[in-house]
Design a protein around this ligand. Structure first.
Ligand code: NAG
Ligand code: NAG
Ligand code: NAG
Length: 455
């Protein structure tokens, strides 16, 4: 009797001890996991090189939890899709379908007949780096206003852009899509489009210019009406790829002066097949102010999913804090039609305290036209390309503008117009010198495109 009571006590004490140890280990493990998690995040903050003052840290604490934003159900459904152009495959037309091909090519600069054969929502191949496929991003991301200017855009490429944005973005992140019609003359861009938008989309708004303003002022027009805190500019013939949006937004949350560009993939203008141009490059320029791509830096390649700095953005696809956009005065509103705007906004962002990053996990496929078909509608603007470039050189390039004029004397001859407002803005924001930009950010430009020093 006595011995069995004693044994029972021993067993009970052992049991309690084991349970207590079990709890202890569980709690310790959980604590350690959280610790690792916090360290992981701290590492990310360090890598993007922002100064975490005390106030910022508490702001960031609220938003530091990361989730997988992929919609796996949709990805699975997309993988089953079959038909012309699905999975980003090339389309071949039958003889009967080729009747309109030449005419539709001539007015668009791409194969409109092929576009018409492809579903308005089509699946693309996932050509991101494999490490992007489960990468997590902050749970608290801001909503965006997607701004899409267009001029005489082909009906099906425009609608496919909208369906692509809506179909491959988390719905809760899309505040609205703003279409800006730059005074198109094609009939299907007029009332039929208004009707289609009203009947089929809740989040799409259509605003119209009352004369031809060009791409640049149309973007400004869209940004003026945007409601969300972050604006995303897209072209009117693009197809965003899977999970394209979260990688564009996270860097903006971490530093609101960061502007983020997706990788731009190619949609072939003839067959509409989708492919990558390469695995990324840094944007730059030569001294005729042509856009050029420079190799990525060695350090950039350590983590192929991580954003990297780019001196000049590729074109007009980027996400930006709306307040920051307007602090910089948006684009110079006196840039006509198109051309030089990517330099203007890029120089401005870097010189006035921001940064431009390319996000390898965000990919948007874009139809590169064979030619630009709208030359006659912009006659009234004369030599706007030279004028735009001269404005940018005069406002932002300091003593380095002389090298541009030397390489491209036609820029020197045109009248840049009144640039006093742009200069005043540069002064007000205390933007850095172009020399600083060439030394710190675009430091390899002069290696690839030497400055011609002789008189
Ligand atoms: C970070 O901010 C603090 C306070 O604003 C400042 O004193 C410090 O020099 C900054 N550090 C860096 C590396 O910019
Ligand atoms: C955008 O910038 C403004 C002003 O700096 C800031 O108050 C806001 O929180 C930023 N929003 C996002 C989403 O970064
Ligand atoms: C240039 O524009 C500013 C303000 O926009 C104006 O005050 C100035 O008079 C203009 N200069 C000329 C030469 O027209």
């Amino acid at each position: 009797m006595k011995i069995s009571t004693f044994l029972r006590w021993i067993v009970t004490i052992y049991g309690l001890a084991i349970t207590a140890f079990g709890y202890y280990f569980l709690i310790k493990q959980k604590w350690q996991l959280e610790q690792n998690y916090a360290d992981g995040n701290r590492l990310i903050f360090r890598r993007i090189n922002i100064n975490i003052s005390k106030k910022r840290t508490s702001d960031l604490d609220k938003t530091r939890y990361k989730i997988d934003w992929h919609d796996y159900q949709k990805i699975l459904l997309d993988s089953f899709r079959e038909g012309p152009g699905e999975q980003g495959r090339p389309v071949v037309l039958s003889a009967a379908e080729r009747i309109n091909e030449d005419q539709l090519f001539a007015v668009n600069g791409f194969n409109g007949a092929v576009s018409d054969k492809i579903s308005l929502y089509r699946s693309l191949r996932d050509i991101r780096h494999p490490d992007c496929k489960h990468k997590k991003y902050l749970k608290n991301l801001p909503k965006v206003s997607v701004i899409i200017p267009f001029y005489n855009e082909h009906r099906t490429t425009l609608l496919r852009t909208i369906y692509g944005v809506l179909g491959r973005s988390p719905p809760e992140l899309i505040q609205e899509i703003i279409l800006v019609d730059d005074f198109s003359t094609k009939n299907h861009n007029k009332k039929p489009l208004s009707d289609y938008v009203r009947e089929n989309f809740e989040k799409v708004k259509l605003i119209r210019n009352y004369k031809r303003e060009g791409l640049i002022r149309s973007r400004l027009q869209g940004a003026k009406t945007a409601k969300a805190e972050v604006i995303v500019f897209l072209d009117s013939h693009v197809e965003p790829s899977v999970n394209w949006l979260p990688p564009l937004l996270e860097p903006i949350v971490l530093n609101e002066k960061t502007v983020v560009c997706p990788f731009i993939d190619v949609i072939d203008h003839t067959t509409f097949s989708q492919f990558a141009q390469d695995e990324g490059a840094r944007g730059a320029f030569d001294w005729k102010l042509n856009y050029k791509r420079l190799p990525r830096l060695k350090g950039d390649k350590i983590d192929p999913t991580e954003t990297f700095e780019s001196p000049v953005m590729a074109g007009g696809l980027f996400a930006m804090n709306k307040t920051w956009f307007w602090t910089l005065g948006g684009y110079d509103p006196h840039l006509d039609i198109r051309g030089a705007e990517q330099f203007e906004i890029s120089f401005k962002i870097w010189l006035c305290g921001g940064q431009i990053l390319d996000a390898p996990c965000s990919r948007v496929a874009h139809i590169y036209r064979k030619f630009i078909p709208y030359s006659s509608s912009v006659k009234a603007y004369g030599d706007y390309l030279s004028r735009n470039h001269k404005r940018v050189a005069e406002v932002w390039m300091d003593e380095y503008k002389q090298y541009v004029y030397k390489m491209e004397p036609s820029f020197k001859r045109v009248d840049a117009g009144n640039i006093s407002q742009q200069l005043a803005l540069r002064k007000k924001l205390r933007c850095k010198s172009f020399r600083w930009f060439l030394e710190e950010i675009a430091f390899d430009v002069v290696q690839h495109y030497p400055i011609d020093e002789e008189k």
